[in-house]
Each structure stands twice: as C-alpha cells, then as structure tokens.
Ligand binder design. Structure first.
Ligand SMILES: Nc1ncnc2c1ncn2[C@@H]1O[C@H](COP(=O)(O)OP(=O)(O)OP(=O)(O)O)[C@@H](O)[C@H]1O
Length: 293
C-alpha cells in the first residue's frame, strides 16, 4: 500500500534549511495496522503529511496505492486526498460542532460535498460503535465518543488509508484502548490500512508493527511475535507491561547501502561510542561488532 524509498523532505525558511526526512525507507502492506514512534522533531508528522498528500516530498520515491505522490499533478493530488486517505488528528473533536447531533456532524461534510447521505452517516456511526448515540448532541458525548465521531467522518469517503496523528493524545488510557481496538476492528473488517503516529510506546505495542524514526530515518522496527488468531480481534498476549514487552521483537533497520542504526543505549554500555568506529567480523554465521583493538 505504501512504498517509501529514500524519502527526503527539506523545509526552507529564509536561508535556513531543515532536513526533516533524510532518506527514509518504509513499506506498509495493504490492511496493515501499524504505528510510528519517535521523539519530538524526528519527522513523524512530516511523514504523515507526505503520506496524506498535504505536502510534497523533496526527493526520493513515495508510492501510495500505486500512485506516485512526487510526480502527481495538483488535480490528481486533490482527488487523492479526497478519495484515498482519511485523517484523524489528536484534537479532531475541536472541528466538530457541539450543538449538532453525532448524526448531523457526520452528515455535514457529506452535505458540503453536495451529497445527502443520512443512511451512510448512520452506517458510519454504527461502524465506530456509536449507533446508540446518533441523536445525542456532541456536547453530551464523552471525549472518546467525540473522537469516534471524528473517526466516522474520516471514513465517510471510504478511504483505503487512514492516517492518525496522536489520535489518543487527549483521552485517558481506557478510552485510548477502545479507540485502538476500533482501529484494529476497522482494519480487519474493511481491509483499511491504518498508520498511527504516537509518542506513547505502550500504545504502540498494541499494534502488529511499530516503526521507530530517528533523525528523519527509520531506525528500528518492532514486530509482534504472534499474530492474533483468524477471526478474532483479541490480542494474543495478556494486558500488562510485562506481557506487552514480550510481545514484540525489535529489529534494527538495514538500509539499501548496508547501514544499520545501533540503538543509542548499546553504544554507551559497550564503550564503542568514543572511538567512533567498530570492527565488523563474521563469527559462526553471525555478524559481530567489536570495539577497535
Ligand atoms: N513547516 C515546517 N517548516 C519548517 N520546518 C519544519 C516544518 N515542519 C516541520 N519542521 C521541522 O522538521 C523537523 C521534523 O518535524 P516533525 O513535526 O515532522 O517532527 P515530529 O516527530 O512530528 O515531532 P512532534 O512529535 O513534536 O510532533 C523538525 O526539526 C521541525 O522543526
């Protein structure tokens, strides 16, 4: 669904250049539910903006659903944003109208596009588990329920790709779990590809794959050890920090030039950081890194 090769984004402000993405590689399969984590300024939102067609990459390759976002015409880009992607932001609920009902809030964007779709709005609210709340005004709904209304709106154009930037940033843990379960359900039932940007490593561990970004490049990847059984939306591991810790295996990313980013903590403890070099040797079929002699 998503293929990023050597993606670069440079922002220019007056004479200053900020390299927000420095040759990022990422592949996401159709129907995958994955999270992107990274510290502040690592390039997460920049990547999401590129994927959503809100901004153009400076160089590299970016294909989404077979379409090239670097070379696409303005007209096609508008159509791409309208038809292929849906967005959920942290404070999406702020864009909703408090004195309208949940149903009216979902209907409104469709009406603005010249479509009158009450039944579709009902279906969407049902899909996000809010059929019992359709006629409640927005200000009668909890923060998490409001966020679910926002997710229903994001699904109105039947997108293939749902992009969520800190979607659980302003709700409590229980509601964050509910929203994540909803994403999982939507990805399984509709075959929707979901990319979630988050600061929260605990939240990230609840998805099948977590990609970490450091300095505008993918640095490591965590994969769930076991996939949930077919037909269930249940997680294979018990809730709780220890179980979640064991549920993922971490991989460093090997880029096309053969470079690997070694986790910062490893470098500190082995004392190789000061020397600035390592010896790379093969030992019994393993690649071993050693401090210089
Ligand atoms: N429109 C812009 N103009 C100039 N620089 C920008 C712009 N957007 C982002 N940047 C810079 O690009 C880098 C990456 O920013 P980005 O917002 O993608 O990081 P992030 O990982 O999403 O951070 P956060 O978690 O704080 O949202 C930062 O150095 C940021 O200052």
């Amino acid at each position: 669904m998503i293929q990023c090769d050597n993606l670069v984004k440079i922002y220019k402000i007056a004479d200053l250049e900020v390299v927000a993405l420095q040759g990022l590689d990422l592949q996401v399969a159709a129907g995958e539910l994955m999270a992107i984590i990274g510290s502040s300024g690592s390039g997460k939102s920049t990547l999401l903006n590129m994927l959503g067609g809100l901004d153009r990459p400076s160089a590299g390759r970016l294909l989404v659903d077979g379409r090239d976002l670097l070379t696409m015409s303005e007209k096609d880009l508008i159509r791409y944003k309208r038809e292929t992607v849906g967005f959920v932001w942290q404070n999406n609920a702020r864009n909703l109208i408090p004195y309208l009902t949940a149903l009216q809030n979902v209907e409104l964007p469709m009406l603005l596009q010249g479509r009158r779709r009450r039944e579709r709005a009902r279906e969407l609210l049902e899909a996000v588990g809010l059929s019992h709340r359709v006629n409640n005004r927005l200000n009668q709904l909890s923060g998490g329920e409001q966020q679910r209304v926002a997710i229903a709106i994001a699904l109105a154009n039947s997108p293939k790709l749902l992009l969520a930037d800190e979607p659980t940033g302003s709700v409590d843990t229980a509601m964050a779990n509910t929203i994540l379960d909803l994403f999982r359900h939507l990805s399984r039932s509709l075959g929707l590809t979901v990319v979630i940007v988050t600061h929260d490593p605990q939240l990230a561990k609840k998805v099948d794959r977590v990609v970490a970004i450091r300095d505008g490049k993918t640095s490591s990847e965590m994969l769930r050890r076991r996939v949930p059984e077919e037909g269930t939306d249940e997680l294979p591991v018990e809730e709780g920090a220890a179980g979640e810790e064991e549920s993922h295996v971490e991989y460093a990313i090997l880029d096309q030039a053969g470079r690997v980013q070694i986790p910062a903590g490893f470098l500190e403890t082995t004392g190789v950081k000061q020397s600035g070099k390592v010896q790379v040797v093969m030992e019994n079929g393993r690649i071993v890194l050693l401090p210089p002699k």
